[in-house]
Ligand binder design. Structure first.
Ligand code: SIN
Length: 333
């Protein structure tokens, strides 16, 4: 017989830890837009686990993935007004509000993962997080995802000229718009969780994203070509409602800082491997024709996108631009 044992339900309820000491528990609602099995989803779970451990269960983090609570067009307002306590938007989405953040989305800013880490964990990361000081969000850290690739439906993208007259779904952010402008492509800024539908109905020809996002959101079902271009890096600002933060006992604030930094470190070590796993699934699935840019093609894309830097420098400032140049020069890039 299939059914419930009423005694079992009653005792489960009795021992549910959320029923005990409820008034003493601190709940952090953490809303984000990606699937759970992505660098952001997994790093958020790691953070929740670490924080609950460090506070002996006093703080609980309730994670709402896949935009089930808020999507990328309203999560910023939600964290500002305290409808949720935490979000972790892509850096490009923060650059909509704080243009200095666009530095991290510059095309070909980073030759490799090590260079991304140097920017995230060095002066650039610190400056960007500090810039949020006078707002109702507190910048806690930067989290990793991976390099972006391009998918399209009708024709493969190899040279910078192949973008011409195509229509792309993009994240918001001035640098992203300028990148596609320079490639003579048109864009629609659409929320992440509306992308699949807009690919399905051919409203857009293509999009750019990490392999974990492409795979978990099944973009391959309506895209035929994948170009491995590694032309930009997608990472996140981890943000908390500042009033909520200010109201926390200092011991809890300390635990949050520790848990965030340990989770960041975990994400840094695992993001590449998580994206690699999704790359393997994409290859096995075989529904996408995959092309990897040659060094010459990369150099040609880079050249075509140089003007993006000139516009960005006005918003970012020469000091931070110099920082990124120095990081690149260390890799002779
Ligand atoms: C995310 O990784 O949070 C979403 C990225 C996108 O909007 O494309």
């Amino acid at each position: 017989m299939i059914g419930f044992d009423i005694g079992e339900i009653a005792s489960d309820t009795y021992y549910d830890d959320e029923q005990e000491g409820l008034e003493e528990q601190i709940i952090i609602r953490f809303s984000h837009v990606t699937a759970e099995n992505t660098p952001k989803g997994r790093t958020a779970s790691k953070f929740a686990e670490l924080l609950e451990d460090k506070t002996n269960g006093k703080v609980k983090v309730h994670i709402f993935p896949n935009a089930i609570l808020y999507n990328d067009t309203n999560e910023w307002e939600a964290v500002q007004n305290g409808s949720v306590e935490m979000i972790a938007p892509a850096t490009a989405k923060i650059s909509r509000h704080y243009p200095i953040w666009q530095i991290l989305d510059l095309p070909f800013a980073f030759p490799n993962y090590q260079a991304v880490e140097e920017a995230y964990e060095g002066k650039i990361g610190e400056t960007l997080l500090d810039r949020l000081e006078h707002t109702n969000v507190k910048g806690l850290d930067l989290w990793y995802n991976g390099f972006k690739q391009i998918t399209t439906q009708e024709s493969a993208i190899r040279t910078a000229d192949d973008f011409s007259r195509l229509h792309f779904r993009t994240m918001p952010g001035p640098v992203i718009q300028e990148q596609f402008n320079q490639l003579n492509a048109s864009t629609s800024t659409l929320s992440f969780n509306k992308t699949y539908h807009n690919l399905e109905v051919n409203f857009v020809d293509g999009q750019e994203n990490t392999l974990s996002n492409i795979n978990t959101k099944k973009f391959y079902e309506h895209q035929q070509y994948l170009t491995i271009s590694n032309h930009g890096y997608l990472g996140y600002g981890v943000l908390m409602n500042r009033d909520f933060w200010n109201g926390l006992p200092s011991k809890i604030q300390e635990s949050i800082h520790e848990a965030i930094h340990e989770a960041t470190e975990w994400g840094r070590r695992h993001a590449i491997e998580i994206n690699d796993q999704h790359a393997r699934e994409i290859r096995l699935n075989q529904s996408l024709e995959i092309y990897t840019l040659s060094a010459e093609e990369r150099a040609q894309w880079r050249q075509a996108l140089r003007p993006v830097y000139i516009k960005a420098e006005e918003a970012v400032g020469s000091d931070l631009m110099q920082e990124i140049k120095t990081i690149r020069e260390n890799y002779a890039y």
